[in-house]
Write a protein that binds this ligand. Structure first.
Ligand SMILES: Cc1cc2nc3c(=O)[nH]c(=O)nc-3n(C[C@H](O)[C@H](O)[C@H](O)COP(=O)(O)O)c2cc1C
Length: 225
């Protein structure tokens, strides 16, 4: 199975996330969307994982561009999004998801997860005029509840991606009509149960017949006396 992990990161947090996630899959291709020369062909991958930091409520522009350019391709693939941000408020995370991904992408994604964040903006140069605003924003977020990368959430994110098997419906998953699809294993268990019931019935009938036969014999013996 071929996995692509593509990320964009201003201050390194999403890069760390991408590297951690990469360890959970076999030989994934990992690319930094802001530095890679050619964006990999999504068609060549079975599962595509995309992520970035959140800046003024939005995902990184390089990630946004790649999503827009490959939307149709993505919708025919297995894909998932992660983002790292400074806010620890789940309401804000929901807002980020609402704002940044179309309803089609949200519906079809294997997972969309916030995986914590780091306030590490000194790693990156920003235009001088936004620095005071940024300082204030960071200070506010740090005071409220300083964020950190959440490895448990990353593990859960990877589990969701790993549990979705390509071209096979998962156990009792709903099909396109909304009815439940039974897996081979579930069908087998049901067949075994039916077989067991049949065997029990046959055994019961045999026991009943034996009893009747015994009664008959004892009656003949008594009448012979
Ligand atoms: C310019 C800038 C704007 C940011 N705006 C937000 C924001 O609107 N909401 C938020 O939760 N975090 C915000 N953050 C915090 C980042 O999302 C957080 O530090 C994230 O982990 C950065 O990811 P990265 O290191 O991959 O770039 C901002 C950070 C920077 C540098």
């Amino acid at each position: 199975m071929k996995i692509l992990i593509a990320y964009a990161s201003l201050t390194g947090a999403s890069e760390d996330v991408a590297k951690y996630i990469a360890k959970k899959f076999e030989n994934p291709k990992i690319v930094n969307l802001s530095t890679v020369k050619n964006i990999p062909d999504f068609n060549k991958y079975d599962k595509i994982i995309l992520g970035s930091g959140i800046y003024f409520g939005k995902i990184h522009k390089d990630l946004k561009k790649v999503i827009e350019q490959n939307k149709e391709l993505l919708l025919n693939k297995k894909f998932a999004f992660f983002f790292s941000c400074g806010s620890t408020d789940p309401k804000k995370h929901k807002e980020v998801i609402e704002k940044n991904y179309s309803s089609e992408l949200k519906r079809k994604a294997m997972a969309i997860s916030c995986v914590g964040g780091i306030l590490n903006y000194k790693k990156c140069k920003f235009p001088a005029k936004i620095m005071p605003y940024l300082n204030l924003k960071m200070l506010k977020m740090k005071k409220q509840n300083p964020p950190e990368l959440d490895y448990k959430k990353m593990d859960e994110f990877c589990e969701k991606i790993n549990n979705i098997t390509l071209n096979k419906p998962s156990k009792n998953t709903k099909n396109q009509n909304g009815s439940k699809t039974k897996t081979k294993k579930v069908k087998q268990t049901e067949q075994n149960k039916a077989k067991q019931t049949e065997q029990n019935k046959a055994k019961q009938t045999e026991q009943n017949e034996n009893k009747i036969e015994q009664n008959k014999q004892s009656k003949t013996k008594q009448s012979g006396k």
